[in-house]
Design a binder for this molecule. Structure first.
Ligand SMILES: NC(=O)c1ccc[n+]([C@@H]2O[C@H](COP(=O)([O-])OP(=O)(O)OC[C@H]3O[C@@H](n4cnc5c(N)ncnc54)[C@H](O)[C@@H]3O)[C@@H](O)[C@H]2O)c1
Ligand SMILES: N[C@@H](CCO)C(=O)O
Ligand code: NA
Length: 443
């Protein structure tokens, strides 16, 4: 074992994740030292709430309110950013890089939106920016995409990458709990983002999918091109009908190589109930990666929470410690592909995205309606996989004059489906906005 003194780390923000990092690093310090080749010591912590920070670190590290004091400390080699958001966090990360510090962050929002600027700055300065905790928390999915799967031409990546929404969908389905009640519980457990609309509107998942698209296909991070749809408009009836058809509804982040470029999208998705990923419950995350050589691989585990996320942050600290003295040219590239070898594959517009569909139409319970609807689909060249019609009584009570028509379609382009949906919506016998949920077989 080398006689190098511990590498010194400065922590910016010691909330849910930061406190986990501090705790796990203390608890497992000997094990971690044996792996890293030298000790890793948090010697300075910045948090606006210095009293709470001191309560966590005691005498083990210097606590300050001003994050810039950490960046200015010449003894610190690695800065860990665990504040969150793209405001002050962006400035601090860029300042840390400019000061020659390596950066470890869990901040997917920051990297998905400002990654191009941050990785270029790090490249120019010869420092590392590591972000395993930013996607699927404790699951080593960044490592898998960046290192474990480098032999492959990756075809697609699809994942449950937001614990809060998966927790909400699971609890609503299993316990019949209300959306708001479950969201509050996810916040209490420390899963939710500071602004939980990032979770429920699919934005957090889109940040993570954006990072995975860059790593899988060697393209720049392009969050602004992602299609984003959350779970707030999902209705309990659709979760139930999907089950009856052999599917589960999951909020998936999907990025896929297609003829015209790369798909990048987040939306509620029907997945066959028999797939492993369809059975991922609660706050758990899972990511499926399809590579041409390896086939399908699945990564499963805790995507949020204090210590699971800390596990990923500390793994990055070990990597950075090991590579700190290596020639920058021989380090693992930030986004898996060498910076001069990035691709300009375009993110394709949603109109060109091809998926199956689940449609639910609230219709008048009278003869000929089904024929009208299927006629529109047939004329658009959309082929039907399954049709389910609920009894009027089940939908509107005894004597109801309305019924639900549920249709599963085979693969069709979104633009074609949009036009057919508009035509169906215009029928006088269609009584409410049509529900449309995309479907992926993930085979
Ligand atoms: N909580 C999770 O499960 C989880 C999982 C993966 C990634 N993340 C990401 O990790 C980051 C941190 O999340 P968290 O849940 O620990 O947040 P948190 O709100 O619990 O902690 C943030 C901490 O930063 C401090 N802070 C705020 N502004 C500061 C400033 N200007 N200077 C110094 N300290 C400041 C706050 O006082 C707080 O202690 C975010 O980017 C989040 O998206 C969180
Ligand atoms: N809010 C995120 C935290 C982990 O990134 C989630 O619920 O998955
Ligand atoms: Na991870």
């Amino acid at each position: 074992m080398s006689q190098l003194p511990p590498i010194q780390v400065g922590l910016l923000g010691i909330g849910t994740v930061g406190s986990g990092v501090f705790r796990v690093l203390q608890r497992n310090q000997e094990e971690i030292r044996r792996r890293a080749g030298r000790g890793i010591a948090i010697t300075m912590v910045a948090d606006l709430d210095t009293e709470r920070a001191r309560g966590i670190v005691g005498d083990a590290a210097q606590v300050v309110a001003d994050a810039r004091a950490v960046i200015a400390n010449p003894d610190i080699d690695i800065v860990v950013e665990l504040i969150g958001g793209y405001g002050i966090a962006r400035q601090l990360v860029l300042e840390a890089i400019a000061a020659g510090k390596h950066v470890v962050t869990a901040n997917k929002a920051l990297l998905a939106v400002h990654g191009t600027e941050i990785f270029a700055a790090a490249q120019a300065k010869g420092v590392m920016v590591a972000f395993e905790a930013a996607v699927a928390g404790g699951i080593p999915i960044i490592k898998a995409l960046r290192e474990g799967l480098t032999a492959n031409r990756i075809q697609w990546v699809a994942g449950i990458i937001n614990g809060t929404t998966n927790f909400i969908l699971s609890e609503m389905r299993d316990k019949g709990l209300d959306f708001d009640v479950v969201l509050k519980e996810a916040q209490r457990l420390g899963y939710a983002e500071a602004d939980p609309t990032f979770d429920i509107e699919g934005i957090d998942a889109a940040h993570k999918a954006t990072l995975m698209s860059a790593l899988a296909f060697g393209i720049p991070v392009q969050f602004d091109k992602a299609y984003v749809e959350g779970i707030t408009k999902l209705q309990a009836a659709d979760i139930r009908y999907a089950e009856q058809l052999g599917y589960r509804i999951k909020l998936l982040g999907i990025t896929k190589r297609v003829a015209g470029g790369v798909e990048l999208r987040v939306h509620p998705t029907l997945v066959p109930a028999k797939r492993l990923i369809a059975n991922v419950e609660g706050a758990m995350n899972a990511v499926v990666v399809q590579g041409d050589a390896v086939g399908t691989t699945l990564y499963y585990g805790k995507g949020a929470g204090s210590e699971p996320t800390a596990s990923a942050v500390i793994a990055d600290l070990v990597d950075v410690t090991r590579l700190h003295t290596a020639d920058p040219q021989h380090r693992v590239p930030h986004l898996a592909f060498q910076p001069h070898a990035m691709s300009d594959l375009a993110i394709v517009p949603m109109a060109q995205v091809v998926t199956g569909y689940y449609l639910r139409l609230r219709v008048a319970d009278q003869a000929g309606v089904l024929a009208e609807v299927t006629g529109i689909l047939a004329r658009a060249g959309i082929s039907i996989d399954a049709v389910l019609q609920r009894e009027a009584d089940e939908v509107g009570g005894e004597g109801s004059t309305q019924t639900d028509l549920i249709i599963l379609t085979h693969d069709t382009a979104e633009g074609t489906m949009d036009a057919a949906l508009a035509a169906m919506q215009a029928l006088p016998t269609v009584l409410a906005p049509i529900v449309r949920i995309r479907k992926e077989e993930l085979a």
